[in-house]
Design a protein around this ligand. Structure first.
Ligand code: NAP
Length: 262
């Protein structure tokens, strides 16, 4: 299927690895020009080279920096001639016991995983509405739907973003002008972050890594982790011309692990 977004410009945040990279790859395959960001320059440039190879017809630009910082956001926005597609992403907050978290810990999580995407949406949504096309994707987590006890910072900050987006996406000022905002909720995807989490679980349980990984795979009816490639394909479809009537949704990608009917 031709997604009919060839020649559009996308800003994909936190995209040198993992799910963000999967989204950038899928968009580039569709002929979308991309600006990708990450803090580490080396991995970012390596990914940019791969993307250029994937589709030499598109422009691939990089902006190194922490997307939680205003200067990095300004640089990322300035690197795009205009933004048709915004994929909000960043690292997740650390796990822990909420009794150990002080106000600054909470503010850091809220800043990166709630206020940063809101700041970026604030900048792009008006021009998107004026041009009559806009697609905004927020990568959140399955923890929004099925909270994980040790990920209280993620549960809280991402739920705040989800509540805000539920309202903004339904504003006729934007929705009537073909601007959609949807959240993608990853379950377990095979990325660097998941590998680190598995290693932590294995060391806490005193079990071999592969044993812990296998148990987690089997916890999903699919008996496997998701791949960044399949995550990216869903992202590209949600950003497509065909997805203009999908708005304000929380799309769970977990191989059927969530046990509820709805
Ligand atoms: P990943 O494999 O560790 O990749 C994270 C990417 O984001 C890297 O390119 C990293 O590059 C970049 N990044 C991290 N913090 C950044 C920042 N402050 N500013 C700019 N770039 C930043 O992680 P992932 O698995 O793709 O996860 C992406 C998001 O999905 C995270 O928020 C994670 O919590 C969430 N999630 C993932 C899963 C999963 O199973 N993978 C499940 C639920 C939720 P640098 O480090 O060089 O900046």
């Amino acid at each position: 299927m031709d997604l009919a977004i060839q020649g559009k410009w996308a800003l994909v945040c936190a995209a040198s690895k993992g799910l963000g990279k999967g989204c950038a790859q899928a968009l580039v395959r569709e002929g979308v020009h991309v600006v990708i960001t990450a803090r580490g320059e080396e991995a970012l440039e390596k990914t940019a080279a791969e993307l250029r190879q994937l589709n030499p017809a598109v422009q691939v630009r990089t902006v190194a920096g922490d997307i939680g910082q205003a200067e990095a956001r300004a640089a990322a926005l300035a690197a795009c001639p205009h933004i048709d597609i915004l994929v909000n992403n960043a690292g997740g907050p650390p796990p822990g016991d909420f009794r150990d978290w002080d106000r600054d810990t909470w503010l850091a999580a809220l800043d990166l995983n709630m206020l940063t995407p809101i700041e970026l949406m604030k900048k792009v949504i008006g021009p998107m509405a004026e041009r009559g096309f806009g697609r905004i994707i927020n990568i959140t987590s399955m923890s929004v739907k099925a909270p994980i006890d040790i990920l209280g910072l993620s549960n809280g900050a991402r739920s705040g973003l989800t509540g805000f987006v539920a309202g903004l996406s339904r504003s006729a000022e934007f929705a009537s002008r073909n601007v959609t905002i949807n959240n993608m909720l990853p379950g377990m995807f095979d990325t660097d972050r998941l590998q680190k989490t598995l290693m932590e679980w294995a060391s806490k349980a005193g079990q071999p890594l592969e044993q812990v990984a296998q148990a987690r795979r089997r916890a999903s009816p699919a008996h496997r982790f998701g791949t960044a490639e399949e995550f990216g394909s869903v992202c590209a479809f949600l950003c497509s011309a065909h997805a203009s009537y999908i708005n304000g949704q929380n799309i769970l990608l977990d191989g059927g692990a969530y046990p509820g009917t709805f």
